[in-house]
Every structure is written in structure tokens, then in C-alpha cells.
Design a protein around this ligand. Structure first.
Ligand code: NIG
Ligand code: FE
Length: 397
């Protein structure tokens, strides 16, 4: 027997399907949505909803697709608040802090790692995120990388092997020997739990040549590539990332005009993580406006991690994207939903067309514009994933 419900009296329903409503966001005003067995089965005018399906009146609030967070580092233990405080007092950010988290992560039990990640996923649900990618990268040895990924796979289908986050301390004098380990025994142990492979291609992490070697080894093992690129300085990695068909190239605080043109002509999504630029006090934000003007696809993510961006909050990133990267509110919301889905090469999430997963968030606001207009205000009333409520403030009937 099918199980259906309808939400009515939605002031603005964002479908992300321009065939269903106005503009890029496909907005339907005075809308309703029907869910059947966890899938969107109908959207339209509230007055046209099938009267035989049980209804809930959401009181003129707006409804958006659940955020798709295509970039998180939530498999870790320990605390780096002191490092943040020091940074705000003038110490520059470097990838070196990763080693501090690595030590704590290696010493943590499976249960401790699971509990940290679960707590952060709960925060994501509270702020409207319904799909999350999770990376390893704080183990940097075979056993800890393997168990980080095994635990991550209990929490999401979007699991990413990032053994090449930085060179493990034990290999400080011989980065190539660490790369040998990553593409050999570590990949062998980690590939069965992973869908994606990632590498941090930047100053203090891996060179473009090493990054290519790591991604190619992962691809050979059946993993799909994505990359951390140009967070700390302008590098040469964009061409390589596109050549390997990385699903996304993330950070990219430094980009040349040629990089932007190349991305626009590729199927690699620019994964922008302005929370990291904010929390590391980067000299500038990524060139989001230029990327969109050139025709590149853009995803937004909080990049939740204990070092450079300890936030799970996508609305905060939308506000930053609008204020600091000059995206319109519509572009920023699209990047946080559909952009993330494209970055994960998923067509079942990030939009509310018929047949999509019933993943959505109800805002305590008459318009989705409030996501950027009311920065820092927790606007999410209720979040659904596959048609089930996964978070609610209990403020709808
Ligand atoms: O995405 N850039 C590399 N990795 C993380 C930061 C890791 C850390 O500082 O712990 C990031 O920003
Ligand atoms: Fe990251």
C-alpha cells in the first residue's frame, strides 16, 4: 500500500526545475507538494492538491530542496579551538594543523568517531542538509583511514578516501614514500568502503604530479575523482583535475582567468567553501561571480572540519556567497542544493521534480530570500529525508 501525504499552503516552493515554476529555481507560489513512498509524486498550486491525500497546512512558509553538502571532513576527534583563536590573533593558517587532529583521531575509538560524526550530521539536519559527502583524511595510516571510511559508510553513500590529505608525519622526509603507501596498501584497504577519491593539491600538501598519481590509482580501483585545489596558493592543478574528469574541484580561492575558462568548458563543478575562507581569514574569497559569469557550475559547501571551517551550516555559506562572492540569492541557493547534487553526480537529490527523493526543508520565513537576508538566524522549522521527518522544531501542525 502506498503511503502519501501533502503539504499545503507553501508560500514559495523551490523546485529547482524551471519547467515547473519561475526562474532558475522553478519557484511555485501558493504551492503544495505530495510525497508518495518517500518520493515527490506531485507539485502544483495548493488549491489543486488531491483532496483524498492527508494534508498538513504549513502556514505560508517556504519550502526548499534539502541542501546537498558535497564536501565534509567529519570523521575526526579532538579540538582545535586554540588554533582558531591564535589565527584570529594573527597566526596564519597552514595545512599543518591537520597533524593535531590526526593524532587525536588515531587515538579515538570507533564509537567516539561515530558519535562526533553523528552529532555533526544532527546539526546538518537542523540547518536543512539532507545529503552529505564524508571524507577520511585524519588517519593518514592504513588502519585509521580504513576504519574512518568504514564508519562513514554507515552514515552516507557518498564516502571519499582522502588518505592524501597531507603527508603523514612518519613520512615527513619522504613524501613520495607516503604517496606509495596511499596508492598501494592504503588504497587496497580503503577502496571497498569508498565511492570517491580526493587529494589536497596545494602548498604543504601534494604537488600536481603526486596528486595526479594518487587520483589515477584511485580511478584504476573504480573510485571517482574529486580534488582540493588552490586553497592556499595559485597552482597548476585545474588542468589536471579537468583532464581526469574530477566531479568537483573544491576551494579554489586562487584561480586564473584561464582556469575559469577551462572550468566553464568542463564537467568539473567548482566546489566553493566560503566558510573556510571566512575562518582562515583568507585574503579574499573565491571568484564565484566570475565562475558563474563564465558558465561554470558552482556548488557551495560548509567544508565542515575542525581546522579551517568548523561549521555545518549551509545557510551561513549562502549568506557568505551572496555577501562576499556576489552570487544572487537564487544562484547561492541553487549552488547549495542542485550544485551539490551535480558535484556528487546525483540526479535524485537537489531538486523537487516528480520522481526526486522527498528531501526538503521548511523555512520559518515566507521567502527563501530570508536564508541570506537573516544571517545567523536558525530558520529551519522541519527537515524531511525520503519523506520522513528527520528534524522538527515542532512548530507545524
Ligand atoms: O578542506 N584543505 C584541506 N583540508 C581541510 C582543512 C583541514 C584542517 O585544517 O584540518 C579543508 O579546509
Ligand atoms: Fe575540505
Amino acid at each position: 500500500m502506498s503511503n502519501s501525504f501533502t503539504l499545503t499552503n507553501i508560500s514559495q516552493l523551490v523546485t529547482n526545475n524551471s519547467a515547473l515554476g519561475d526562474g532558475q529555481l522553478g519557484v511555485i507560489n501558493d504551492a503544495a507538494i505530495t510525497v508518495t513512498d518517500g518520493i515527490v509524486s506531485w507539485v502544483g498550486q495548493s488549491s489543486q492538491a488531491d483532496s483524498s491525500v492527508p494534508k498538513t497546512d504549513v502556514g505560508g512558509r517556504s519550502l526548499i530542496p534539502g541542501f546537498v553538502d558535497s564536501h565534509s571532513h567529519i570523521m575526526f576527534a579532538g579540538d582545535r579551538s586554540q588554533e582558531f583563536a591564535a589565527r584570529m590573533a594573527g597566526v596564519p593558517y597552514s595545512a599543518g594543523g591537520i597533524k593535531v587532529t590526526t593524532e587525536a583521531t588515531r587515538n579515538a575509538s570507533d564509537d567516539q568517531l561515530l558519535n562526533v560524526a553523528r552529532g555533526l550530521i544532527k546539526e546538518m539536519h537542523e540547518s536543512g542538509t539532507t545529503t552529505v559527502e564524508i571524507k577520511s583524511g585524519y588517519g593518514l595510516d592504513v588502519a585509521t583511514e580504513e576504519r574512518s571510511l568504514r564508519i562513514a559508510a554507515e552514515l552516507t553513500d557518498e564516502v571519499t578516501f582522502l588518505g592524501a590529505h597531507v603527508v603523514a608525519q612518519e613520512f615527513a622526509d619522504n613524501a613520495d614514500a607516503y604517496v606509495d603507501l596511499v596508492v598501494g596498501e592504503m588504497l587496497e584497504a580503503c577502496a571497498p568502503h569508498s565511492k570517491w577519491i580526493d587529494v589536497f593539491c596545494d602548498r604543504g600538501a601534494f604537488t600536481t604530479e603526486q596528486s595526479r598519481r594518487i587520483l589515477e590509482a584511485g580511478i584504476k580501483k573504480g573510485l571517482q575523482p574529486r580534488i582540493h585545489l588552490n586553497q592556499l596558493e595559485q597552482g597548476e592543478g585545474v588542468v589536471m583535475a579537468i583532464e581526469l574528469d574530477c566531479a568537483s574541484a573544491d576551494h579554489m580561492t586562487y584561480l586564473t582567468d584561464d582556469d575559469i575558462s577551462a572550468l566553464a568548458a568542463s564537467s568539473t563543478v567548482a566546489g566553493l567553501v566560503p566558510g573556510a575562507d571566512f575562518s582562515t581569514r583568507a585574503p579574499h574569497y573565491p571568484r564565484g561571480r566570475d565562475l558563474l559569469d563564465a558558465g561554470a557550475a558552482v556548488a557551495l559547501s560548509p567544508d565542515c572540519n575542525p581546522g579551517s571551517s568548523y561549521t555545518t551550516n549551509m545557510p551561513f555559506c549562502i549568506a557568505l556567497a551572496v555577501r562576499e562572492m556576489h552570487l544572487t540569492v537564487d544562484e547561492a541557493l541553487f549552488a547549495a542544493t542542485m550544485g551539490g547534487a551535480i558535484a556528487l553526480r546525483r540526479d535524485d537529490v537537489g531538486h523537487l521534480s516528480i520522481g526526486a527523493r522527498a528531501n526538503f526543508a521548511l523555512l520559518n520565513a515566507p521567502s527563501y530570500i530570508h536564508l541570506a537576508y537573516r544571517p545567523g538566524v536558525p530558520l529551519i522549522s522541519t527537515t524531511w529525508k525520503d519523506g520522513n521527518v528527520i528534524f522538527t522544531k515542532g512548530d507545524i501542525a
